[in-house]
Design a binder for this molecule. Sequence first.
Ligand code: FES
Length: 130
Amino acid sequence: MFTRLTSQSELPALNQAKEFPCDDNTICVANVNGEISAMDNICLHRGGPLGQGVISGGKVVCPWHGWEWDPKTGKAGPPGAKIAVYPVKIEGGDVLIEVQKLVPSGGRLEDKPSYAILKWLSGPDTSGTV
Ligand code: FES
């Protein structure tokens, strides 16, 4: 089922990313060379807000430590690092995403299957440091 995320006029500018609330989640929308993609907003490294990152080489660069996420596939450099991507369509000036694939309401980063593995791989928590 598709649900309205925002209006077309609110989409990020060319080669920029932006955050949008959607139910209890936040979605990162990226405009890569005019192609609009939607994916989870939470970086699997330490939870950085991807929609506040920049686009470089077609990837969304996490603003905290620079992991680069492909907004079409949801994949980043480390093996197995993948976040959800959502089908997007624009109808009548509205931007819609397919929401049945969203993490259930109240979903937290810690509940995502790959989080525990990535947290273990990344060592002691030094949030806020590079
Ligand atoms: S939180 Fe995204 S790269 Fe560290």
